[in-house]
Ligand binder design. Structure first.
Ligand code: BTN
Length: 268
């Protein structure tokens, strides 16, 4: 029997699906950006574990200053407020933890064979299923990882067709967005606890490497002064990508945020 698909996300339903009370979900039908909303609330004192969820965004933000489309009824836009007690230098790793949580949450709920394009895009067959933009408060006193998931879109515009996919396009079935949101929060919460034990990715590396789509693939490191090509070997415990250079044969550590890495496959 076809599952009934609600046209709106529901904070209460998601909350009732969770086996933990660490997340408090707030919902609006439409906002400019759930990251902006979460940041405003964080500035006003919103506690760790607050989640801001919207059916659509009018000015969704992507990485590198790009915009992010969040079509009503078919996508999920969700931003978290986290207040980890860790050193500033460790904070960027949380984006990778979010990627892992999203990849596994989506896999558990939908059965899709999700992967990660380093550092944190969730992909399926070389196309992007979900993007993450993490923003930080002024003194690093809070962190807002925001996640956008393509769920029930049945097509993408010409310019995105080769790069983007959705749960519907991968499974042929419309999926309950509340269940996906709950699945991601459950998985992320578990991985986040493992991360907090050491403040690095020691306990998560095996899982991350297992689904790293770039692993063993050719990549181009778009370092402004010195771009180079090589093979992605995996990550280290700080989430840096290890790349064996084609020209020198040496292994370099690529820090997320410093450079972009282009896979010589699928979308870039
Ligand atoms: C990317 O370009 O891959 C990052 C996309 C991040 C989109 C999400 S949707 C929820 C949150 N609010 C935003 O404005 N952006 C993030």
């Amino acid at each position: 029997m076809e599952e009934e698909i609600n046209s709106h996300l529901s904070a209460d339903r998601i909350q009732s699906m969770l086996r933990t009370d660490r997340w408090t979900i707030h919902y609006r039908e439409s906002v400019d950006s759930t990251n902006n909303w979460a940041r405003q609330e964080a500035e006003g004192g919103a506690p760790d574990g607050s989640v801001y969820l919207a059916d659509t965004q009018t000015a969704g933000k992507g990485s590198r200053g790009r915009s992010w489309g969040s079509p009503e009824g078919t996508s999920i836009s969700m931003s978290l407020v986290l207040r980890p007690e860790i050193e500033m230098s460790r904070i960027s790793m949380i984006t990778l933890v979010m990627g892992l949580g999203a990849a596994d949450g989506i896999r558990v709920v939908t059965g899709i064979d999700t992967g990660i394009k380093w550092p944190n895009d969730v992909v399926c067959r070389g196309k992007k299923l979900c993007g993450i933009l993490t923003e930080m408060g002024p003194n690093g006193d809070y962190l807002v990882p925001g996640i956008g998931i393509n769920v029930n879109m049945d097509r993408f515009s010409q310019d995105l067709r080769d790069k983007a996919t959705s749960v519907f396009l991968e499974t042929g079935r419309k999926c309950d967005r509340d269940r996906i949101a709950a699945g991601i929060l459950e998985s992320f919460g578990r991985y986040y606890d493992v991360f907090l034990e050491t403040g690095d990715l020691t306990g998560l590396m095996d899982r991350y490497q297992a689904i790293l789509a770039n692993r063993g693939r050719k990549v181009r490191v778009m370092n402004q002064s010195n771009p180079y090509s090589g093979t992605a070997l995996g990550i280290d415990r700080f989430g840096e990508l290890l790349v064996k250079r084609e020209d020198t044969g040496t292994t370099e550590k690529v820090f997320a945020g410093e450079v972009s890495v282009r896979g010589i496959y699928g979308y870039v």
